[in-house]
Design a protein around this ligand. Structure first.
Ligand code: GCW
Length: 721
């Protein structure tokens, strides 16, 4: 059919197409594509070089995973190189070959490769080879190769061997069946349970693809504050639909198991783990789950914590509870991730010590498919915590890490806080469990105590927002979590740089400016929220904004006043031998370091010590002034972010540039709010004037107390609270 447009219509049409194209262009920058944008390579020499090196590829095999690899390569190469790429089925003259025949690769021993590992090699003669013993390894290798192009690296002399350091690299979604997300700040849960299993949202595949690109290989779909309904056939069918979809991306599905499920959905009168009927119920439940999902990963359990049911309801231990579930899963190869986030209302003991006290005596009592999941610090995902003393303290038990990616206590979705430096600080901390050189990273990758079962979990920050994570910069935390679970030796800066290049582009000044902003953002947020080891000063319930005065909650250790212990003399929690003695949960010499006011690093000072307001700090300022100094520097740093970001106008698409500009303004307002509220409150104890370098608050304490109550609908709140 031939269309003829008279001239004026034609030019209107061209105009229309141009407008449409630019509309599509700006739509493409709404953040949905994450770090997998595959925009054309900007550097003309690089582009020419890449085009010359790769214009065809071949992928050995024919399965759902190899289909994914092919389409990813096509999508990536066509986008990045803006040229046609041949998929060479007959394999003769290809420049990029993906193969599982590792043995044929010269000078390479297969045993050097983990199941999910891969090699990428280039040679002048045979082009580039990506090889792995498994298809999933090939998929990981594919993403690695595309990353090299996205970040404009040389590909002439590649000789990469890459193996994951940790086997289970898992996202934990605190998502409820009604689609609310506990501590989620990016909209609702992406799991549309109501429409599953028939309606498969495109997001599910995009989610799997993004995770595979950073090596994440497991997902716990449901909240640890669990709902037993997820274990009923009606829901298991839905879970199966997701598991089927994720499988070719190498992602296993796990669920949270509500300990009282045998009562709630099984009609039993008890959930006592030593009762035969209860054991039988779980055994059958496991069998049923595996009939839907043959590679089901296992259960994540929060028991006897914050009101959740557990074995202690029946006078049994955490090991009794975990082992019962473990035995049910054993015939099918599943595992139990049993959380150590426990603290008791009745316990008068320092909250920071309770998990250790509860779990350490159980070391050696768990079945071999149980792994104890421990939060990075002993309290609860605070802006900064010393590492959890359980790392290193249970040599006979596999212990996995639980990080929080969602920013519950770290500015939620209104603040830019890049968390990789925090993850690194924890992973690199030396536990001294086997003397010097026993870092947390080696406890959790299983190498320190030789455990085959090992893992890292991260509480996801993903939701229905178009850009997945609410704050455009929060995507970097999802990315960094994945990259660090794969390789904890990567530096936070390297990861930041990869992410920025892939997410925003490769222009030098832009890359270094955003990396600088990201790299200082964590310390900045600590400065304006909880400097010098302070913690848990957040408002109640939603944890949004400051509430250091809160002292009316039913449990002592839910109140900020419990954590900071400010009085006329000073501030901070005495955890030394003279205080709660939490320092003794650490191995020597750390226990001694933390016990000493002088030796404790100032970043943890008020975590371990109650310090006098007029005590001298390293800076020569007294504590009261140092607090003011930290709060004020946090604010000044956010102002610097604003200037740095402003300087990038024009080098980033307008949509994301504007979003981040607006959010940085909110971050500044919130930083000022934190400083004013906390300093005004602490002044009622120190009774000292505000230091001159600090901008004096213009409102009084009553104002901030009212303000704390003015945000009852802040997102992410626990629905049951
Ligand atoms: O961080 C706290 C949160 C709770 C959470 C709990 C936990 C899922 O405020 O919302 O509950 O920890 O980790 O179990």
């Amino acid at each position: 059919m031939l269309f003829y447009f008279p001239r004026p219509v034609k030019s209107k049409l061209i105009l229309f197409i141009t407008i449409l194209a630019s509309a599509i262009q700006s739509y493409a920058e709404n953040g949905y594509d994450l770090w997998l944008r595959y925009q054309k390579i900007e550097n003309p020499e690089m582009l020419a070089h890449y085009r010359e090196t790769i214009h065809s590829f071949s992928v050995e095999g024919n399965s759902p995973t190899t289909e994914i690899i092919k389409s990813e390569l096509e999508r990536g190469l066509i986008g990045l190189l803006d040229t046609t790429i041949k998929t060479d089925e007959d394999n003769s003259s290809v420049q990029l070959k993906l193969t599982r025949s590792i043995d044929e690769i010269e000078g390479f021993a297969t045993k050097e490769l983990h199941d999910e590992g891969y090699i990428i090699r280039s040679s002048n003669l045979s082009g580039i080879i990506i090889a792995s013993p498994t298809e999933i390894g090939l998929l990981y290798g594919t993403f690695h190769f595309l990353r090299l192009l996205q970040t404009q690296q040389e590909i002439d002399q590649l000789n990469i061997i890459d193996n994951p350091k940790v086997d289970r690299r898992i996202l934990n979604h605190w998502d409820n069946l009604d689609r609310t997300s506990e501590r989620g700040y990016a909209g609702f849960s992406i799991w549309d349970w109501h429409k599953l299993p028939v309606y498969l949202d495109k997001r599910y595949t995009d989610y799997a693809r993004a995770n595979a690109s950073i090596g994440i290989n497991g997902t716990v779909l449901t909240n640890v504050n669990a709902n037993a309904l997820i274990l009923t056939p009606q829901y298991l069918e839905k879970v199966k639909a997701l598991a089927d979809l994720f499988r070719p991306y190498g992602i296993k599905v796990y669920l949270t198991a509500r300990f009282s499920a045998p009562i709630e959905i099984g009609g039993l009168e008890t959930a006592d783990p030593l009762e035969k009927s209860v054991q039988k119920w779980w055994n059958e439940k496991a069998k049923e789950i595996y009939s839907y999902i043959p590679d089901f990963g296992g259960f994540l359990v929060k028991a006897n914590s914050e009101g959740q049911p557990g074995p202690q309801n029946y006078g049994r231990t955490h090991a009794d509870g975990a082992n019962m579930l473990a035995e049910a899963l054993q015939p099918f190869g599943g595992i139990v991730m049993w959380r150590a986030f426990v603290y008791s209302n009745e316990e008068p003991v320092d909250r920071a010590m309770q998990a250790y006290n509860e779990f350490k005596p159980l070391d050696g009592q768990f079945e071999n498919n149980v792994i104890v999941q421990v939060k990075n610090g002993p309290i609860d995902f605070q802006p900064r915590e010393p590492f959890h003393p359980l790392f290193g303290a249970m040599p006979q038990t596999p212990v996995m890490m639980e990080f929080q990616i969602t920013q519950e206590y770290l500015g939620q979705a209104t603040q830019m806080v890049y968390l990789a430096p925090m993850y690194k600080e924890v992973l690199d901390s030396d536990t001294y469990a086997k003397g010097k050189g026993s870092p947390v990273a080696k406890v959790i990758d299983g190498s320190l105590f030789e455990h085959d079962l090992n893992g890292i979990a991260g509480v996801a920050n993903i939701g229905t927002d178009i850009n997945w994570t609410g704050h455009p910069m929060a995507q970097s935390n999802w990315y960094a979590f994945g990259r660090l679970t794969w390789n904890s030796e990567l530096t936070a800066r390297t990861i930041a740089e990869e992410w920025v290049r892939m997410t925003f582009g490769n222009e030098g000044k832009m890359v270094s400016t955003i990396c600088n902003m990201l790299m200082s953002s964590w310390e900045t947020s600590i400065n304006y929220m909880t400097p010098l080891g302070l913690n848990h000063l957040m408002a109640t319930g939603h944890h949004y904004g400051p509430g250091p005065w809160v002292d009316y909650l039913p449990r002592a250790d839910w109140n900020p006043t419990y954590f900071h212990r400010a009085d006329k003399e000073g501030v901070g929690f005495d955890r030394t031998e003279k205080g709660s003695n939490a320092v003794n949960q650490y191995f020597s010499p750390l226990s001694k370091v933390f016990n000493s006011r002088k030796k404790t690093p100032e970043k943890f000072l008020l975590w371990f010590h109650h310090v006098k307001w007029d005590d001298k700090m390293k800076s020569d300022r007294i504590l009261w002034e140092e607090l003011g100094w930290k709060y004020q520097s946090g604010i000044n740093e956010v102002r610097t972010f604003i200037d740095q970001w402003e300087s990038l106008k024009g080098s980033i698409d307008d949509e994301r540039h504007q979003q981040v500009s607006m959010l940085l303004q909110i971050q500044l307002d919130e930083a000022i709010w934190w400083k004013d509220a906390c300093m005004t409150y602490f002044q009622t104890f120190s009774e000292m004037p505000f230091p001159d370098f600090m901008v004096t608050p213009t409102k009084d304490l009553e104002y901030f107390k009212k303000k704390e109550k003015s945000t009852p609908y802040a997102p992410g709140t626990r629905p049951q609270w």
